[in-house]
Ligand binder design. Structure first.
Ligand SMILES: Cc1ncc(COP(=O)(O)O)c(C=O)c1O
Length: 392
């Protein structure tokens, strides 16, 4: 049996590595799981009725490109959120969450070769794990661009030599970022978009945390004017209802981009992925018309940021996140800290090294742990206090 060699570069998946690290050791207290970034705030209760009402439509194959109701809701949401008009039929692809879309888009858009060589795909380091698997699946060469504290935990693409950029097919950007909660400014996005046009690469802008923020709504790549004629030709934005509406199990998301890009992706996707069931598309359409539940959830996260500020105020390793629901704490040795937290306190967090790439002992996530602030306030406070005590 011959397995494809290119996947041998893939490290063991984050949560499998965590399981191996913690082994069969018993937790040192009541378990507080702060490892997985699964939203746990409430979602609007009416979705149950909506699904029941349209449940007869589970008997139909759904329209593969999205119902007109959902497409209109997405376009209206873009107008309200970013003041940008998009064409529901030409600029949107409805997907089963952004995980699928971020993976598949790389396969759909990465050419076989670029200037006679294997194309490069640039990834932030640390990264959301799916980007790496996608780059390898597309037979591309993943190139990890460190996102250091000195650069607000964002990769500095402007420092990459032009001759390297000429060989790049795709750049993944995550803003607000997982794991650090950084937000790319409009200037940052503009610099990247200019590079994309100059060196003819595509930007995959992963914006699934766009609605969870502390003060100001993060800018989206869609708002950035390239100064070139076709403004949407080099960028695709990815978003979903998972974090915005606390419905990761709904598996509904969307990609927005230039007409030519979306047409190509829809064609590719007709072969690769099932469509989102109609009752779920109905729910998604209605969720996008409702901001009340999003504001309520955001207010809870804002209280969580305040709690983290209060608990970690005196800690040098604390980097207050601007957005998202993770803390990215510099603890000196992330793996050791994750193990101790489990063994001594029953608190489960992820070593930062499991989200980053590099020689052992030298990955940019090595010193960090990632802490998901998804539990209810009481449990969260307990968990953060335990981490704070341990860091002291
Ligand atoms: C950075 C980032 N992008 C994309 C996703 C995928 O989200 P979904 O597939 O639920 O839309 C996640 C989920 O954790 C994420 O953290």
């Amino acid at each position: 049996m011959h397995l494809p060699g290119r996947f041998s570069q893939l490290p063991e998946y984050t949560f499998d590595r965590l399981r191996t690290l913690l082994g069969s050791n018993s937790p040192g207290g009541e378990v507080i799981d702060m490892s997985v970034g699964g939203p746990r705030h409430e979602f609007p209760p009416w979705i149950m009725d909506e699904i029941t009402l349209s449940s007869h439509q589970f008997s139909q194959y759904p329209p593969k490109n999205g119902t007109s109701e959902l497409l209109a809701s997405i376009a209206n949401w873009y107008k309200a959120r970013y003041d940008i008009e998009i064409d529901p039929d030409k600029n949107i692809s409805v997907v089963n969450g952004t995980r699928e879309a971020l993976f598949n888009a790389c396969i759909a858009f990465c050419p076989e070769e670029l200037h006679g060589k294997k194309p490069r795909v640039l990834l932030p380091n640390p990264f959301y794990q799916v980007y790496v698997g996608a780059a390898l699946a597309a037979h591309a060469e993943p190139l990890f661009v460190d996102a250091p504290k000195e650069n607000n935990f964002l990769p500095d693409f402007t420092k990459i030599p032009p001759e390297t950029l000429d060989g790049v097919a795709i750049v993944y950007l995550c803003s607000p970022s997982n794991p650090q909660g950084s937000v790319a400014s409009r200037d940052y996005l503009k610099d990247l978009l200019r590079l994309a046009h100059k060196h003819d690469f595509l930007i995959f802008s992963d914006e699934c945390y766009s609605e969870i923020y502390r003060h100001n709504a993060p800018p989206g790549m869609i708002e950035i004017k390239s100064g070139f004629e076709d403004d949407l030709s080099h960028k695709i934005m990815f978003n979903s209802l998972s974090k915005r509406s606390n419905l990761p199990g709904l598996r509904t998301g969307f990609m927005v981009g230039g007409a030519q890009l979306i047409e190509h992706f829809k064609k590719y996707r007709s072969y690769s992925d099932p469509a989102v069931p109609i009752p779920l598309q109905k729910v998604a359409a209605r969720l996008l018309r409702d901001e009340k539940h999003v504001i309520a959830s955001r207010e809870r996260y804002q209280r969580k940021y305040a709690l983290a500020d209060q608990i970690f105020d005196q800690h040098e390793g604390y980097n207050p996140p601007e957005a998202g629901f993770f803390l990215w704490l510099d603890v000196g040795d992330g793996e050791q800290m994750a193990k101790r937290l489990w063994l001594e306190k029953g608190v489960k967090v992820v070593p930062g090294a499991y989200f980053s790439f590099g020689a052992e002992g030298e990955t940019p996530g090595e010193r960090y742990i990632r802490v998901a602030m998804v539990a209810d306030e009481q449990e969260l406070e307990q968990g953060l206090n335990a981490i704070g005590d341990m860091m002291r």
